[in-house]
Design a binder for this molecule. Sequence first.
Ligand code: ADP
Ligand code: MG
Length: 346
Amino acid sequence: MFVYIRQKPKWPAALLSAILFLCITLLQGCGEKEPQLHTHSGMTMGTTFTVKWFSRDSNHAAVSTRINRLLADVNQSMSTYIPDSELSRFNRLPANQKAEVSPALSFVVGLGLNISERTSGAFDITVGPLVNLWGFGPDGRVVKAPSEQEIEAVRHRIGYQSIQLNNNLLSKNVNSYVDLSAIAKGYGVDVIAEFLEKSGIDSYLVEIGGELRAKGLKPDGQNWRIAIESPVSGPGREIQKIIAVKDVGIATSGDYRNYFEENGVRFSHTIDPNTARPITHRLASVTVLAETCAEADALATAMMVMGADKARVFAETEAIEALFLVKSDKGFEEFMTSGFKQYLVN
Ligand code: ADP
Ligand code: MG
C-alpha cells in the first residue's frame, strides 16, 4: 500500500530569517521596556495619601480604583468619624454584649491590644473618651483644657484590659470607646502594600498621613528615600533627615502638627493613658521602623507617650529601630538606636 503525502512548500530562507529577526527584536523590545513610575493620591482618614509604584503594565486606572476601594473599606470598618462604621456600631453597643466583627477589625484590635501589653499600656485603644474630651476626636476641637471633674468622669472607661477579643467576637466589660486612630493609617498602608504585592508589583512606596511602607528597589537600583520632617510647627516643612529604606514600615509620631494652645501651654493629641492628659515631656517626634506599618504606627504613638528616656530603653530592649528628636534649648537633639544609623543618607 502506498500513501501519498503532499510535500509542504519549503519556506524561503530569506523569509525565515526575517521572521527570526522580527521575533528577536520584539523580545528584546519587551526586555528593554523600562518600568514606569505610577502615582495615585487622594484623601482618606482625614488626611492625604500617596501611592507610588513601578510597573511595566499600563494598569494605572485599575490599580488606583482598587486602592480607593480598599481605603474606603478600612474606613467603613475602623473610623470613629463614620457613625455607621463597624467600630462606631461596636462603640455604641452596651457593655458585655458580643459583636461579631470583620477579620480586618479583629486583626487591628488584636494588634492594638498586643502593643498595649508590650508597652505597659502607653498605647491604649480605649483612650478615645479622653481624646474626645481633649478635642482631638469626632466631637470636635476645644479651646481650653477640660476640668479635673470632666477627666475623672471618663477615667473608669479607659483601660485596654476591658476589651475582650475572641477570634471575631469583640466585647467590653465597661462602657469603653475604642479609637484606632493611632494604628488605622498604618493598617491602611499595609492593606495597599499587600494588594500591590499580590498584583505582582514589587517596587512601591505607600503613604497615608506620613505613615509609610516601602518595598524593593527603584529601577535605577536605588532604595526609596524618605524625608523625616523637622518637628517644627507652622505652614512650612523642613527636612531633618533623609533615610534610604527597603522592605519596611515607617511611622512618625509628633507633637508639632496636631495640638491646641491655652495660655502658652501646648496640648498634644497624644494622650498619656496613665495621667489622662496630653503628654508634656520634651520628646518632639519619634520615627519608628517595623516590618508592618500598623506596628510602626502604634509603636510610634506608644513611644511618644513614654517620652525620650523610657522610649530609648524600650527600643533597645525590643530591638526596634527608631530616631528621636528631643527639644533642647538650641533646637532639637537627635538620638537614634544603633541600627537606625545604617539607613541615614544625610
Ligand atoms: P501621630 O502621627 O502623631 O502618632 P496618629 O494620628 O498616628 O498621630 O495618632 C494620634 C491619635 O491617636 C490621636 O488623635 C488619638 O486619636 C489617638 N491616641 C492618642 N493617644 C493615644 C494613646 N496613648 N494610645 C492610642 N491611641 C492614642
Ligand atoms: Mg501613630
